[in-house]
Design a protein around this ligand. Structure first.
Ligand code: NCD
Ligand code: ZN
Length: 344
């Protein structure tokens, strides 16, 4: 059996930079026509000028003859000036602004410490229609790590949407039934991305027979009831939910460590993983809209013209890929069987 769908886009991707980027970019470019590229480099991508230079490096690193459009984002800080948002909206290549609560995840130290300080910036985004992409977790150490997304909705997201009711907002990599319900109940200006790993795994995967660093990402995997809610949302046909891998490469040494980095590397077989999730719900007929239509429509971009084909055929994902500086990159499902295969 095989399915052919419109070529999809990845609405949340970490490409890194330099040799690391060169190692992972071909994987995404083979699967997707476009991707929203996260700005959490070191230092972060906080201006249109820096985003433009990063975009040029991505385009220069693409293998010959491969077409792939990086859609750039700006990293919001406490001191982002409103004029930078206007420049971004006018640039034609910055497609969104990313909100990382300071300290929430990898390279988020310069993120927003108090969203109240961003009121002027958010007002300009509301006016220009530039989407805000939100890492939705509170950083309060008193809040249980498994509750941080739910508490973020109450403490940050609801008040933000009351103050800026027309802002176009993507609640990124949602992991809970609370987030899925919240997004469903908001207006059309609020949408969400869902990763393949949050559709396929619950939190037991982090501790199966020992600690499994390659199943550790942020927001962390949740209980099975939440995974079921995400599967329901992704396969519902509701245009508010769309594909965003959050593929987040880290070297094997930095994952398999006493204090391992957060992030699952899924770009090499992302569509195969999503197909497996949709197949588990007998909803393969809904994959195309989730992967190829809803995100483009929300971001007001044309849907892609090309097609891709997935065949039901078991194969083994490599145990590792080459990464920067002679290091290895271990993908999610390393050395394990995949049920679907993306044809060239
Ligand atoms: C991301 C990374 O490594 O950049 N990690 C992750 O676990 N998803 C950061 C992020 O998106 O939270
Ligand atoms: Zn991410």
């Amino acid at each position: 059996m095989q399915i052919t769908i419109t070529r999809p886009d990845d609405w949340h991707l970490h490409l890194r930079d330099g040799a690391a980027m060169a190692a992972v970019l071909p994987h995404s470019a083979r699967q997707f026509a476009r991707a929203i590229v996260m700005p959490n480099l070191r230092p972060p991508v906080t201006t249109v000028a820096v985003a433009g230079a990063y975009r040029a490096r991505i385009l220069a690193a693409l293998p010959q003859g491969v077409s792939f459009a990086p859609l750039m984002t700006l990293y919001l800080t406490d001191s982002t000036p409103p004029e930078e948002i206007r420049r971004a909206a006018a640039s034609g290549f910055v497609h969104a602004v990313k909100l990382y609560p300071a300290g929430a995840t990898t390279n988020s130290d310069s993120g927003v410490s108090d969203i109240g300080r961003c009121a002027a910036v958010l007002a300009v985004m509301e006016e220009c229609g530039l989407p805000l992409l939100v890492h939705g977790e509170v950083t309060d150490p008193a809040i249980d790590v498994f509750d941080r997304e739910k508490v973020f909705i109450e403490r940050i997201l609801q008040p933000l949407l009351l103050r800026h009711p027309r802002i176009r907002l993507v609640f990124e990599h949602i992991t809970t039934s609370d987030a899925a319900d919240f997004v469903r109940d908001c207006g059309d200006n609020v949408a969400a991305t869902i990763t393949a790993h949050h559709l396929l795994y619950n939190r037991n995967a982090i501790f199966a027979g020992g600690i499994r660093p390659h199943h550790y990402c942020l927001p962390v995997l949740k209980r099975e009831q939440h995974r079921q809610a995400l599967l329901g949302a992704a396969t519902s046909g509701n245009p508010k939910f769309f594909l965003g891998t959050d593929s987040a490469p880290h070297s094997q040494a930095s994952k398999e460590a006493a204090c391992g980095c957060a992030g699952c590397y899924t770009a090499a077989a992302a569509l195969e993983l999503y197909a497996e999730a949709f197949e588990s719900m007998a909803a393969l007929d809904r994959l195309e809209a989730f992967a190829s239509f809803h995100g483009a429509d929300f971001h007001r971009l044309p849907r892609n013209a090309g097609k891709i084909t997935l065949r039901q055929e078991e194969w083994l994902l490599p145990t590792a890929f080459a990464y920067a500086d002679g290091e290895a990159l271990v993908p999610l499902r390393a050395g394990e069987r995949l049920r679907w295969r993306l044809l060239d």
